[in-house]
Write a protein that binds this ligand. Structure first.
Ligand SMILES: *Cc1c(COP(=O)(O)O)cnc(C)c1O
Length: 383
């Protein structure tokens, strides 16, 4: 006998994806589609066109979707674009940069790792020195928002340097695309990888890469894998309008609704404004309660924020998690090797009222756990 899962009142997800979605995005999944039908091909074509537009990349790049989570798209993109004779400079300052290195290692593609530790940003100067030290480097891989600490890495200065040095840039923009502006005509990249279930506020099931068309045209037969070959996926889509192999039809329908709502909110600008408001409210409220952020203000992304766990012996993450869940909020553990931390995401269907409720819940959870923080301002959230 198997127990029924506990499905009660839906909680707000303070995570970096999957995130809380609108009812209308969920409702878009109620219809069944034939994956070979022309109506579904139109969905895919419209979605790809709109995703490319979000980066102003329509004149230079193509959008190639791929089934699976974001990591599948990272692996597919690296496998399709990086050949055995290439060499990638991987800029890592957290788990997702490390994952790029792990993928290249599995694929037996040459790479060098520039590891800045848990949360120091890679700077243009680091990249310049690494490229000067190793002229064999052909591509540079950067994580835009490194979700493991929440740091927003300096994409513009690195892209500028990589362009000046005549190398190719591959961006993991999984947790930033849709909320942090990237204009393909201003920031030069050959591939930008993202997924629907983060700032675009869709549901999980597929991811995609925006790839410079002239670069993808040269990638025939290079991929290590049949199902993760983005060249083949692109050609097949071009020829037939269909995905190779079964697409997540309901998820694609939800994605189309999600990009419609993204545009209605004012596109990237609108979403950035809401997420930034969420972050500012959260950070000032949490500081009022006595918490400290891991990062200085200028590196805090409007995506996810890492807080240092209080030194108080009564603070146990599992208990804090349970106290927050009871109050309707799903929080996220930390992912650092050195410091004890936890993370709170501000993306998805979260608004100022939710952040205020969240701060009240944190305050109540601290009381429940018998924790008094040094600078705790009482009734901070009412102020
Ligand atoms: C979420 C995320 C990924 C992909 O994770 P999946 O769990 O495979 O969807 C990759 N890179 C970054 C920076 C992310 O935030």
């Amino acid at each position: 006998m198997c127990d029924d899962p506990a499905i009660d009142k839906p909680a707000k997800l303070l995570t970096p994806g999957p995130i809380t979605t609108t009812a209308s995005v969920k409702k878009a999944m109620l219809k069944d589609w034939g994956s070979w039908d022309s109506d579904f091909s139109e969905l895919t074509a419209s979605l790809c066109c709109q995703l490319t537009d979000i980066a102003n990349a329509g004149s230079s790049h193509v959008c190639v979707p791929v089934q699976g989570s974001g990591t599948f798209a990272v692996e597919a993109t690296l496998g399709t674009l990086v050949g055995p004779e290439d060499k990638v400079l991987v800029l890592a300052n957290g788990a997702y940069g490390q994952r790029i290195a792990a993928i290249l290692s599995r694929l037996r593609r040459p790479f060098v790792l520039l590891d800045k530790g848990d949360y120091e940003p890679p700077r243009a100067e680091d990249v310049r020195a690494a490229l000067a030290a190793d002229p064999e480097i052909t591509q540079v891989a950067l994580v835009h928002c490194e979700t493991s600490s929440g740091i927003l890495n300096p994409l513009e200065e690195i892209a500028e340097l990589v362009e000046r040095e005549g190398r190719s840039l591959i961006i993991d923009a999984m947790s930033s695309f849709g909320a942090i502006p990237v204009d393909a005509q201003r920031i030069r990249f050959d591939a930008l990888i993202s997924s629907m279930n983060k700032c675009l506020e869709g549901v999980p099931g597929f991811a995609f890469a925006l790839i410079r068309e002239t670069v993808l045209q040269q990638a025939e037969g290079r991929a290590h894998s049949l199902s993760l070959d983005l060249y083949d996926q692109w050609r097949y889509l071009q020829r037939s309008g269909q995905w190779r192999y079964t697409p997540p039809t309901h998820v694609v329908a939800a994605a189309l609704q999600a990009v419609k709502e993204h545009a209605e909110e004012g596109g990237v600008e609108g979403r950035l404004a809401r997420y930034s408001r969420n972050r500012d409210l959260l950070v000032s409220g949490m500081r009022g309660l006595g918490f400290e952020t891991l990062l200085d203000d200028n590196w805090l992304s409007p995506v996810i924020i890492t807080f240092l766990s209080p030194a108080d012996e009564h603070f146990v993450f599992a208990r804090f998690y349970a106290a927050m869940k009871k109050r309707g909020f799903i929080i996220y553990p930390g992912k650092l090797t050195q410091a004890e931390t936890f993370r709170l995401g501000v993306i998805g269907q979260l608004y100022s009222e939710d952040i205020k409720e969240l701060l009240d819940a944190v305050s109540a959870a601290l009381d429940e756990m018998n924790i008094t923080l040094p600078n705790r301002v009482s009734n901070a959230t009412q102020a």
